[in-house]
Ligand binder design. Sequence first.
Ligand SMILES: Cc1cc2nc3c(=O)[nH]c(=O)nc-3n(C[C@H](O)[C@H](O)[C@H](O)COP(=O)(O)OP(=O)(O)OC[C@H]3O[C@@H](n4cnc5c(N)ncnc54)[C@H](O)[C@@H]3O)c2cc1C
Length: 394
Amino acid sequence: MMIDLALIPDQPKAALSGATSPDTAHPNLVRPDTAHPNLVRPDTAHPDMAHPDLAWRDALLAAAAAAAQQLRGRLTADAALATTSWFGVGGTADLLFRPVDREDLQLFLQLLPPQVPLTILGATSNVLLRDGGIRGAVIRLGRDFAKIDVAADDATAIQAGAAALDVAVAGFAAGLGLTGLAFLIGIPGSVGGAVAMNAGAFGGETKDFLSSVVLMDRQGHISTASPQSLNMSYRQAELPAGHIVIAATFQAQIGDEATIRERMKQIKQERDQSQPTRSKTGGSTFKNPPAAATAHLPPNLKKAWQLIDAAGCRGLRRGAAMVSDKHCNFLVNLGGSTAREIEQLGEDVRQSVLEKFALTLEWEIKRLGEVAMPVTTDQPVTTGQPVTIGQRGI
Ligand SMILES: Cc1cc2nc3c(=O)[nH]c(=O)nc-3n(C[C@H](O)[C@H](O)[C@H](O)COP(=O)(O)OP(=O)(O)OC[C@H]3O[C@@H](n4cnc5c(N)ncnc54)[C@H](O)[C@@H]3O)c2cc1C
């Protein structure tokens, strides 16, 4: 498919011209997605922001087109990320690739120069994609990576591709009467994100049920890692640099399907009651502080949401970004917010907690990409509702 630059509004055409001429354009390259209101084009970004050097992209596209074995996945230049992100914000990725399968991903990685930054996105339920976009290549795994099956040699082991949704894994396990993975029903991410973040809820943590993880490195080599080797702990895993999770095996136990389904129903109900699950959000914004950091505080001031609440931040707003009044460790985009506003609101919250409790909250949400412009909406931050302690936290 040819790229018609005249069809692309406000594009850095100088960067695209030349190697993306019809004869070198990769057939799978699509023109940028429809622009989102928060979209920040590299050429309209803050004047201090260096214009990205995209020669690598032109070279990669030319090499891909020339390669005997073509890339089969979809390549999108200047891909808008906001429309598909949970928060509904974010700029563009220089190049977005959606590999069809492992071989396709391997070929792409072999074509990608080692110095080009690589970002992997899952379901985007724990990331804040900044307005200035993501430089380099972004990968989102396609459907072939979303398969779920039972291991050939163990009827209680579930093998899931990294793009499989956690809820699908929970449902699959329940359908086989396998217990242990019900907690995944409440986590709106993918298996890759669950491993990278050691996602957990309702007493279950990913690391406790993982038996192995399949990784691909920057050269496209595949290896298998044990969860122990990834040093997984509260909301983090130490993945080797540049490695992509492509699959994982979960160890469940034989249970009773009706009981498991009932448990999953309870978890969903509790979630919907205590979290803004239907809002544009990014899940828990901050990690709960380590026990030592709150040892001097009373029992009702141990979790991040409790500290945020007691610091008076529930309902706090900056532009269209708000501290959820349902669960105040969640930030929500009320509609039309920018990543900058959301991030600034998060920093406002951290500052309030620091001032009140001399304690610094650590971001759980991964903030990815470039800051575009300083906050332009200088609306005063409005204070939230009165402090109420007693909300259920995770
Ligand atoms: C309403 C709501 C409720 C939530 N509740 C919970 C909860 O109860 N418990 C909990 O733990 N979390 C919760 N979250 C947060 C989020 O769902 C989890 O952190 C989830 O595991 C993120 O998965 P993801 O696929 O969306 O990853 P993303 O948000 O896309 O990415 C998160 C990080 O993982 C990395 N990553 C993603 N995929 C891969 C891969 N294949 N290989 C390597 N790295 C990868 C990304 O680079 C990024 O650093 C909630 C979020 C929302 C919106």
